[in-house]
Design a protein around this ligand. Structure first.
Ligand code: GUN
Ligand code: ZN
Length: 427
């Protein structure tokens, strides 16, 4: 037994659906009991100490916050080494930076090294679960599942499928995408802490035949997730229109091939039409907001408040390497800034919820991760709310704990991560 004592962040409700004051709470003298990899009790620190005198107590001072580990709902681990590549918009960025790097993962040893590097960098930033695209190589999925298993870490991943509009060395076929994905599902889905996500990259790099094959695979394995990209840039949308002349809109290219559903994750979803929003809401799909990517690649301003008003589930993500940071703190800051540009700033409580419970819910993992509550897995990040002189001097003036949390969201980085627990073990 380990008992973490200090300020705790807990959720009683859903701040996307009700006022955050009713849904999110910080208990300045809280406690979290960890046992056999899970959280078994959360509550008043003194009460838990008295009830569990034999537990190893770890005390964090008042300038700390014990939080659920961050959940990054959309990353491309193969792009780790090309993060922050200058000066291109989506299609040129893919062709000039991304595809050449993804080709290098043809070497299984390189794939394994990059998967390890990605999990190390994200963990240093307080992220305990990522949902990652891989490359077309099946061994690239093995690489991240194996590295996550070695860390006892929950992970979502899937082999990326592309059978057109990509270099020859990065193309599979409709049949091989189906066969390889099916074999990976058998090998990994539900093994330990692994979840498989069927992963057509996006409509422009799949033929209708490949989308249909992957839609059929999803129908055979409805408990798998499905992740893809949707309406990120206007040039991309025009390209999709040309490639799929019968489709009513971008989302319809997925819908027509069995790739729209409640367990679908649609990354970006910036330039949506009314019908697309209606359908996403009707089927209960999730969209994933990737704010540093959207400004870095010049995609546009995600309408979080509009989609939330429609009850659409929203995850938060870095989208590295299109995103410009491995940090979910920086990602929350960018979401705040985009909210400001749209006139709808998010409160720190809402941002913290999105980066933890909200992302977990988008991944259909909210019964396991994303909250400090009995029965949840022991994935925890402890923030230092005074990690740099610049933040500390602002916190010295904070009127309440939320002002302090907000300063770390806006200015914090990996130095703000005091400790990370994965599956109940200090990492
Ligand atoms: N659309 C298709 N592939 C990608 C990718 O790798 N990154 C981003 N940001 N958008 C994409
Ligand atoms: Zn992406």
């Amino acid at each position: 037994q380990t008992l973490l004592l200090g300020p705790t962040l807990t959720f009683d409700g859903d701040p996307m659906a009700e006022p955050w004051q009713e849904a999110v709470r910080i208990d300045s003298r809280g406690g979290v009991l960890l046992e056999d990899g899970r959280i078994t009790a959360v509550g008043d620190g003194d009460t838990l100490s008295a009830a569990h005198p034999m537990a190893e107590a770890v005390r964090y001072g008042e300038n700390h916050l014990i939080c659920p580990g961050f959940v990054d709902a959309h990353v491309h681990y193969p792009q780790t080494a090309i993060i922050a590549s200058w000066g291109k918009r989506l299609i040129d960025w893919l062709n000039d930076y991304t595809f050449p790097e993804e080709m290098r993962l043809e070497d299984p040893a390189y794939a394994r090294a990059i998967a390890a590097r990605h999990l190390d960098l994200t963990r240093a930033n307080g992220t305990t679960t990522v949902a990652s695209y891989c490359t077309i190589h099946p061994h690239s999925a093995d690489a991240i599942f194996e590295e996550a298993a070695a860390r006892g870490q929950r992970v979502v991943a899937g082999k990326t499928c592309m059978d057109r509009n990509a270099p020859e060395a990065l193309r599979d076929t409709a049949q091989s995408a189906y066969d390889d994905s099916k074999a990976l599902i058998a090998r990994w889905h539900g093994q330990g802490r692994a979840t498989y996500a069927i992963t057509p990259r996006f409509s422009p790099t799949s033929t209708p035949e490949q989308l249909s094959a992957l839609g059929a695979l999803w129908a055979e394995h409805p408990d798998c997730l499905m992740q893809t990209h949707l309406s990120e840039q206007t040039d991309e949308i025009a390209w999709v229109r040309g490639l799929y002349p019968e489709a009513r809109d971008y989302l319809d290219t997925y819908e027509a091939h069995g790739l729209l559903g409640a367990r679908g994750l649609y990354g970006h979803a910036i330039h949506l039409e009314a019908r697309e929003i209606d359908r996403l809401a009707e089927v209960g799909a999730a969209v994933v907001h990737c704010p540093t990517s959207n400004t870095f690649i010049g995609s546009g301003l995600f309408d979080l408040s509009g989609l939330r008003a429609r009850g659409i589930r929203i995850g938060l993500a870095t989208d590295t390497g299109g995103g410009s940071s491995f940090s979910m703190l920086r990602t929350m800051a960018a979401a705040y800034e985009i909210g400001q540009l749209r006139g709808t700033p998010l409160h720190a409580a809402e941002l913290m919820w999105l980066a933890t419970a909200g992302s977990a819910r988008s991944l259909h993992l909210s019964d396991r991760i994303g909250r400090l509550a009995p029965g949840m897995e022991g994935d925890i990040s402890v923030l230092n709310l005074a990690s740099t002189p610049a933040i500390a001097q602002r916190v010295a003036q904070a009127k309440d704990i939320w002002e302090a949390v907000f300063a770390t969201i806006m200015m914090g980085d990996d130095r703000a991560i005091a400790e990370v627990f994965i599956g109940g073990t200090r990492a």
